[in-house]
Structures are given as C-alpha cells and as structure tokens.
Design a protein around this ligand. Sequence first.
Ligand code: SF4
Ligand code: SF4
Length: 382
Amino acid sequence: MKPLCLKEFHNAGERFLVDVGELQDAGAKVAGIYCLFAPVELVRAAGAIPVGLCGKKEKPIAHAERTLPPNLCPLIKSSYGYAATDTCPYFSASDFLIGETTCDGKKKMYEFLGRIKPLHLMHLPYSLTQPHALRFWHEEILRLGSFLEQFTGRSIQRDHLQFQIRVHNRIRKLTRKIARFQTEPRVPISGLHMMTVMETKSFFVDPDDYINLLERLITEMEEIVASGFSPFEPDTPRILLTGCPAGNGSEKVLRIIEECGGAVVCQENCTGVKDLDLLVEEEQADPFLALAHRYLQIPCSCMSPNTGRMDLLHRLIGEYHIDGVVDLTWQCCHTYNIESRLTEDFIANTHGLPFLHVETDYSNSDIEQLRTRIEAFLEMAR
Ligand code: SF4
Ligand code: SF4
C-alpha cells in the first residue's frame, strides 16, 4: 500500500521539462540553482522559474575530472560534469545560474560554470550571529534582485515578493507536514519514497499545481496512517540520516540502510528537512531583509560555528523517536567531515544513541563494505 499520487512525484522531473518548455517559448527565464541558500521567492518574484541542478549521479564525473581535481566531492564533480557535457536536461533548460560561496570546492567550481552559462555568485557570510553578517547578506540579496531584474527585464515589486514569500512558506509547511507523517509509530512510507517526494521541491513550474499535489499526498498519507499500514516491521530501528545532500542517483546509503532492515524516518540534509522549519517573516516591512534573515539561519556545515544543526538534530531525534544516527559525508567534503566529529560527540553526550559515520562517493565500489558496517550498526540500534 502506497499513495497513488506517488507516481506524480516520480514523474515531476519530466513534467517540469514539458511545462517549462512552453513557458520559455512565451519568454520566461529559468534559473539553475545549486543550494538551499538560493532565495527562490526572489527568483519567482522576478518572473523566473528556479530548478535544482545538484549532480547526484556518477556518470559525468570522469569528464569533470579532466578539468577539476579528482579529490573534490562527487556532488561538485557531478554538477560540473553534467554542465560540461551538456547531458542534464535541467541544465540545458537553464537560462542562467545562481551560485553561492558555500564550501571552497563549490565556489571555485562556479568559476568554471560561469564560462558555460551566465552565472550570478552570491557571497555568503559564514556566521549566523554577527550583526554585520546579516547586513552583508541583506546586501547580497539586494544584489541578486538587481541581477534578476536585469536578466529577466522585469522589476521586482514588493507586494509580489511578499506574495511569493507566502506561497513558499505554504509549500514549506505542507512539505513539513508530509515529512512529519514519519514520526508516527507505524511509519507510513519508506525513506526512499519520502526522498522522492522531498526532491520535487526543486522541480515544479506552477506553485499552485504543486500545492495541490502536496495536499493530495497529505490526504492519502492520512488514510494510510489511519489504516495502520507500514512497509516496515513494528520493531524496525528508526534511523536519522544526516550530513551531505543525497538524492535519486546518490541514495545508496539510504537504500542500504533500508535493505538491511532499518527505516530512514528522517533526513536532516538539504534534500530532507534541514530548512523546512525556517519560514520567512511575512509581515516584515522589508521583504528583502526578511529573506536575508531566513536564509542565513540554514544550518549548513559551511557556517562556523554551525550550532543550528545540533539544535535541529536534538529536536528531530525526539520528534521522530530515533534509535540511531547515520552521518553521510561525501569524500573530500571537509566541512561535513570535520563537523562529523562534533556531531558524534553531541549525539553521544546528549542522546547516547548509536552513531555511524560513513564517508563514501557516488560509485558502487564499497557497497558490500558499507552493507557490513550498516548491518552491525543496525544491530546496535535495535
Ligand atoms: S549542504 Fe550546504 S552548501 Fe550543500 S546544498 Fe546544502 S546548504 Fe548548500
Ligand atoms: S557535499 Fe560538501 S564539499 Fe560537496 S558541495 Fe556540499 S558542502 Fe561542498
């Protein structure tokens, strides 16, 4: 038993390409984005359509390594490889790109992407708490606004931006409600299916259609919860997956956990719930400042210190009744790799839960080794 509308989430990428093609013929612009720090409300307020371009597959990496050093995280190499080989239809559909100076590898990779398509780079302060960080980021939001106006030829009206803020807050609330069905004692859908649902946040053209789809999923999920159905046995260990972003094509760790008898009930990463609780202040007189304030709170490991991630983990462990935590680091991702030690200490000291740090890439070469480690970890989490 699974939601009937799940198929529409699986097909969201194809649907996006069909719908966006028609709008582009009518003059709309598409903004390729790579990170949660890209303020999608602002993109929409300028009449453009955002689409997520993070590379999640191994195939384009070999080509990327002709230009980029091999010892970079696979997400960066995959993203660049897709662009350099022009093999990603979403990249092809993008009229321009928005990047942010998050980790070192990504910000330098953008210099190469900027040779392929017009790219606007937002400079990110690495602190949540310093007052000048908010001022600086506010300026960067305004600078992006000017770029968008220039590129799309459409001026950003304050009331339209406020409207887009309300729309995207609504989407976040609905998505959060869907994720929270996994807090139920009988988990209604697998972590793999939930990942598919969550990924569609980056692939919709019409927000109203997307809201309608989310609402239909909520209705179906309520029925599944009421029926008491779960794809998992009652004593299945409930796992929280944290760390680097993962998705369709780079889901191997999530898949192995569920194949080995665990249930990934929560993903504290950028595909999952990392930013869903962060809403933009709707009544703020300056909507640009409201955006700056919200986006600066994202608990990414490129921030220092990144205490927001520990606060979030603390809350999620309680809400989702977690039995064990798996921390995924893509190879050569220094920020998440270093932060893993802090995360492990935090989980041990605060919750005393089993913790497994997995460092891997997009290849299948370590599947059996991972399976052995994850099986042993799940025994501890039972
Ligand atoms: S982990 Fe950080 S840098 Fe990577 S996509 Fe998420 S917010 Fe952006
Ligand atoms: S996974 Fe790490 S190294 Fe890779 S892009 Fe994200 S923050 Fe940067």
